[in-house]
Write a protein that binds this ligand. Structure first.
Ligand SMILES: Nc1nc2c(ncn2[C@@H]2O[C@H](COP(=O)(O)OP(=O)(O)O)[C@@H](O)[C@H]2O)c(=O)[nH]1
Ligand SMILES: [Mg+2]
Length: 262
């Protein structure tokens, strides 16, 4: 069912998590499409902030701007940095599924999702790792306790995101204030318990679908507050198609769950 992958020979022999058993080790998955202006800074900052307990996997969809080549060059300096290159833009959802499979195969204990465009602050990763000790899925939330922690988003984008949150909660009952957030941390037991083949979303509704499935399996979800800062360089990849997908996917999830076919 999944797309063809070209897996870069990675430096798995020189994994950063060398001092720890993989089960206690974290993999940060970063999907990229045309992030040449952002990726180097993020990778260097992550590598210097977490020098011994975190590995990184970039999933690049053959970005025409040379993102892959930048990451490949950085592999020489950053231990524990791997790349999977896919042949074309295949969507955020399948990028993450590919990354989850990789993490489970290698036996990582925790998996972090993070955007490449510096909207997610790398210094916050430690808070996720602390919080996941008392939860199965930690979601970095922009909208906790009726606040809005978003910097530099156009008003239209903010309204869209906030409405998506209210709509998702109303239709599905999912007890999460920010269901579309892409900064999160899974305990690997959650990913192992899900049937990854069944994940249907291609775009941003992937985050909603993951949260819903994890919740329905009875796992503990916990939100922690984050500040989301819109990218200062590069372009958003959000499309109208992604928005339409999110509108119907919540109904699809709700109905599937009611008839016991989730
Ligand atoms: N591999 C891959 N990454 C993607 C794709 N679409 C978006 N991304 C990445 O997903 C992250 C979030 O995308 P972005 O455009 O910043 O979304 P926004 O912040 O919601 O506007 C970024 O790191 C993108 O490069 C895709 O089709 N494939
Ligand atoms: Mg972004």
């Amino acid at each position: 069912m999944l797309e063809q992958n070209i897996v870069m020979p990675n430096n798995s022999d020189t994994r950063l998590c060398e001092k720890t058993e993989p089960a206690y080790c974290t993999l940060i998955i970063i999907p990229t499409y045309n992030e040449a202006e952002n990726i180097a800074r993020l990778l260097s900052d992550l590598a210097s902030l977490y020098p011994s307990s975190v590995d990184i996997l970039v999933i690049d969809d053959n970005s025409p701007d040379g993102t892959f080549e930048i990451v490949a060059t950085m592999q020489e300096k950053i231990k524990g940095l791997s790349i999977i290159k896919r042949e074309r833009k295949l969507g955020l959802g399948t990028a993450y599924i590919t990354g989850f499979r990789y993490a489970l195969e290698k036996g990582y204990g925790y998996v972090i999702e993070m955007d490449a465009d510096y909207s997610h602050d790398p210094t916050e990763v430690q808070r996720f790792l602390d919080a996941v000790k008392e939860a199965d899925l930690v979601i970095g939330s922009r909208y906790m306790n009726n606040t809005v922690n978003v910097v530099n988003w156009p008003l239209g984008r903010l309204i869209l995101s906030k409405m998506a949150s209210i709509y998702t909660k109303f239709i599905t009952g999912l007890p999460v204030d920010d269901p579309t957030s892409g900064f999160k941390c899974f305990s690997s037991k959650v990913l192992r318990a899900l049937d990854l083949e069944k994940i249907n979303s291609q775009g941003y509704s992937f985050q909603i679908e993951m949260n819903f499935r994890v919740w329905k399996k009875g796992f503990v979800l916990r939100e922690i507050p984050i500040v989301f800062v819109d990218r200062s360089v590069g372009k958003s990849k959000m499309t109208k198609r992604n928005i339409r997908e999110a509108i119907w996917i919540v109904w699809w999830l709700k109905i599937k769950s009611i008839v016991g076919l989730l």
